[in-house]
Design a protein around this ligand. Structure first.
Ligand code: GTR
Length: 394
């Protein structure tokens, strides 16, 4: 009883905070830098979208110096047709490439449901957990990456480790793909790629692989990440329009949450604790959120007209659920340009009442900062709804 009352109070407080954010002066996704209003999908596609993307590249995440490396290649080192007690085919893939500073490999694990019609849509998790957690998937049940449940619902479950692209530490951009592709003969530009962009670039190389695998429906793949992985999933989805669905779980600051008047983690706080995540220019906005030429609702808008899903948790104040929710609401005008509904709500839903019908999905879950079974259930319900599959309980 007391717990229920506490949850109700928390939900009520979140609604109040979400409403308070309504009056913020925020950049208008539909207004160009030159002050013109964008009024058609073409004007968005052919002009304003590139402008917003470029602002995020130059001021926030940084730009990758290469797209697909010239020698990118894929090697399937093992195929197990009887994975998950015969329900899935597991492929262990190595994505190899090189650049001026050396060579590297992304390790990818993929589970493909055996009884689903091919090609199969699914989910790519950008994992910031351990490699052991990925290779033992299916033997040990994990709420973070529940491969059995994903496969049981007829989806591909794929994952790679962010550290294969760049270890998550501030090393002056010496290791990982920065060491491989960055120029050594010139000072590092202030818009050079940070670690989050390196991880997002890796997810795109995985998409390059998906496009070659006849069992996988590369046109219906979701990219999913939690927290720092959620920031990365959003940035990846903005840069790489091949991902049909982009899922951010509790991505918070410089993820789904609006930067202006955000509660919890701020630009200054994130740049201080994680100076390697974003580009050097982003540090200019420490305590100067209002000077940022974009805000995070425009990152969500960069997914239009594709599907995007944002998840928050009640106790995750550091991420700031109302600021994540407001981003989704404020991205909606761009979806409307395409004749699509965005979120279809302006009031924050109560916990465990996911919004699944629009092209922007959202839920607030009761509990802590984590990626849980409930979160995955909502992601799959959202995919079912939009990818026209029958919703089946796991
Ligand atoms: C926190 C950080 C957040 C979030 C999180 C995580 O410490 O402040 O921005 O990314 O880590 O990735 O777990």
């Amino acid at each position: 009883m007391r717990r229920a009352a506490t949850y109700a109070m928390t939900a009520a407080l979140l609604v109040v905070l979400a409403r308070a954010a309504d009056d913020l002066p925020l950049p208008d996704p539909l207004k160009t830098v030159a002050g013109k209003t964008v009024a058609s999908p073409e004007a968005w596609r052919n002009g304003r979208r590139a402008e917003v993307l470029e602002l995020f590249r130059a001021q926030v995440y940084g730009r990758a110096p290469v797209a697909r490396p010239h020698d990118l290649r894929f090697e399937t080192i093992a195929t197990t047709k009887t994975a998950l007690s015969g329900r899935a085919t597991r492929k262990d893939v190595r994505i190899r490439f090189s650049g001026p500073g050396g060579e590297s490999t992304i390790r990818l694990v993929v589970f493909i449901p055996n009884n689903a019609p091919k090609p199969v849509p699914g989910f790519l998790l950008i994992s910031n957990h351990s490699w052991e957690g990925l290779v033992t998937a299916g033997q040990q049940s994990s709420p973070f990456w529940p491969v059995e449940r994903i496969v049981a619902r007829g989806y591909v479950a794929a994952a790679f480790l962010n550290a294969d692209l760049d270890p998550d530490k501030d090393d002056g951009f010496k290791d990982g793909v920065h060491g491989i592709f960055d120029r050594k003969d010139a000072p590092r530009p202030p818009d050079a790629w940070g670690t989050i962009t390196a991880w997002a670039w890796g997810a795109s190389r995985v998409m390059d692989y998906f496009e070659t695998d006849a069992d996988i429906d590369a046109k219906r793949m979701a990219v999913v990440g939690h927290s720092r992985g959620g920031k990365c999933a959003l940035w990846c989805g903005a840069e790489d329009e091949r991902f049909a669905l982009v899922i951010s779980n509790e991505s918070g600051c410089t993820g789904a949450a609006l930067a202006r008047r955000k509660q919890g983690e701020t630009i200054k706080a994130i740049n201080s604790r994680f100076p390697h995540w974003f580009c050097a220019n982003y540090k200019r906005y420490n305590d100067k959120e209002s000077e940022l030429p974009v805000d995070q609702h425009e990152l969500i808008a960069l997914m239009a007209p594709r599907l995007v899903y944002v998840a928050s948790a009640t106790n995750d104040k550091w991420s700031d659920p109302p600021a994540e929710f407001r981003s989704c609401v404020l991205a909606e005008p761009v979806y409307r340009l395409f004749g699509l509904s965005g979120l279809g709500a302006t009031n924050m839903p109560s916990p465990e009442h996911p919004l699944l019908d629009g092209h922007i999905g959202y839920h607030l879950r009761t509990g802590q900062h984590d990626l849980t079974g409930y979160d995955w259930t909502c992601f799959m319900d959202f995919a079912d709804r939009h990818w026209k599959k029958e919703s089946a309980k796991p």
